[in-house]
Design a protein around this ligand. Structure first.
Ligand code: MG
Length: 173
């Protein structure tokens, strides 16, 4: 199978980083367990929302994200068995392109540069499966899709959903 895997909120944990920065910026004690739906900025007072929306423009934001639980081991096994590509929208935040490449070098060095697609739209990709947390990427993809669970997509219906990387391993390894 040719499998495309998104980065943000599929491989890399953005909520924790947003919350860490938000707590520093506004002297708050927001905890990830308090966010059960929506984007992080939906979960803070209105006059704090802009600063969260600004995080993705800060240098280092995408480089400092933690890998999601179990994703490194499962990706390595998937990579050995299938034709796996990371497909990540990097052109929205141009600094993120280098940072994402450095992140992959650190956590998933087995993924060669030919298997790193730093892109805009994903519906132009041709393959069997796209794993992504955004329905706007999945809805136009011409292949099977898996919606990776995230607080911002809890209300989205009509997609096959996975909650974690062990569920992906069960399906494809
Ligand atoms: Mg994503």
């Amino acid at each position: 199978m040719t499998i495309f895997v998104d980065m943000d909120d599929v491989l890399a944990e953005t909520y924790e980083k947003h919350i860490e920065l938000y707590n520093l910026e506004h002297k708050q004690q927001l905890n990830i367990s308090q966010i059960t739906s929506g984007e992080v900025w939906h979960n803070v007072p209105e006059d704090h929302q802009l600063s969260i929306k600004d995080h993705a423009y800060q240098k280092g934001f995408f480089r400092d994200l933690k890998p999601k639980r179990d994703c490194i081991q499962v990706m390595e096994a998937l990579y050995a068995k299938h034709e796996v590509y990371i497909a990540t929208a990097a052109t929205q935040f141009p600094d993120s392109l280098k940072e994402k490449s450095d992140w992959i070098d650190e956590y998933m060095p087995f993924i060669t540069w030919q298997h790193r697609i730093m892109c805009g739209h994903k519906f132009i990709l041709k393959g069997d499966l796209l794993i992504d947390d955004r329905t706007y990427n999945l809805e136009k993809f011409d292949g099977d899709t898996l919606l990776f669970n995230s607080p911002h997509n809890v209300g989205d219906t009509g997609y096959t959903r996975v909650n974690n990387w062990l569920e992906i391993a069960e399906r494809f390894l």
